[in-house]
Design a protein around this ligand. Structure first.
Ligand code: ADP
Ligand code: MG
Length: 249
């Protein structure tokens, strides 16, 4: 049966670096999923076929810390990838339920520091996700707080693994990124090839952000940001002593 016949389109979750993310619900099971639509119409035949192939590889990968992909197909110049849905952050009885993406969660934290054990726990889960994919020679290429989701039971899930492979170059990705690409590494700024260490750089930026509640590198323009990243120039540290816990149920 056609996917759109068996699923209701609930709402658009947003436009990201690659295209549209749509929340859908199965008419039979009532389960919710996210459909990512990636425009591949301007790709040549070979690249489009490669993108379709890459998406098929993602379907075979399973890890508790990685957002699972369950189906993919091409329709009217768009590659569609069906993924598990990680619901949005919610406040219940003045208590922030750990759901939604890490970017939104850190914004909610404002100046309330995360407990050190939470940072360590989440860091380990992100490392496990990267290790699983890197061992299978798949790079993330767009590791950032907006691609890390908090699921039930304290589980952290990394989304969009390998999706950026459908775009021909990482620089193209950095340019299409909505907002500033805070997590790009020196080699990407210098237009050098992407490798597993590039993802690790981005992981470092995410860990910095969890600790300091601000970006590791920040600037008013992409060029200034790239300059800071290449030089490794950072703002002076604020002194951080206490770790009052954020309500995380
Ligand atoms: P980007 O990764 O560049 O932020 P996306 O297309 O991945 O762009 O995401 C667009 C929006 O959809 C964001 O608000 C993101 O939080 C949301 N989103 C993406 N994937 C999921 C998912 N698997 N579960 C829940 N929300 C998601
Ligand atoms: Mg994403």
């Amino acid at each position: 049966m056609d996917f759109w016949e068996s699923h209701d389109r609930i709402k658009e979750l947003g436009k990201g670096s690659y295209g549209l993310a749509i929340l859908v619900r199965s008419k039979t099971s009532g389960r919710e999923y996210v459909v990512k639509e990636v425009d591949i119409s301007r790709m040549n035949r070979k690249d489009a076929a490669e993108a379709e192939q890459e998406a098929k590889i993602l379907l075979a990968l399973h890890h508790p810390n990685i957002v699972a992909c369950s189906l993919s197909w091409v329709e009217r110049g768009k590659l569609h990838i069906v993924m598990e849905y990680c619901s949005e952050a919610q406040l219940q009885d003045n208590c922030l339920v750990c759901a939604g993406d890490l970017q939104g969660f850190l914004k909610e934290c404002r100046s309330t520091q995360l407990p050190e054990e939470t940072i360590l726990d989440w860091f380990i889960q992100m490392v496990l996700a990267l290790k699983y994919m890197h061992e299978r020679k798949i790079l993330h290429r767009d590791f950032k707080t907006a691609n890390v989701f908090m699921a039930e039971g304290g589980l952290l899930k990394v989304g969009d693994f390998g999706v950026s492979k459908v775009l021909s170059s990482t620089l193209a990705l950095a340019k299409t990124t909505i907002g500033t690409p805070y997590y790009i590494s020196p080699e990407i700024c210098l237009n050098r090839p992407y490798n597993a260490k590039t993802d690790i750089w981005s992981l470092g930026c995410v860990v910095y952000e969890m600790l300091m509640l601000r970006h590791a590198f920040q600037a008013a323009s992409i060029n200034k940001l790239a300059e800071k990243i290449v030089q490794g120039r950072q703002a002076p540290r604020k002194s951080m002593q206490s770790y009052p816990s954020v309500a995380c149920c």
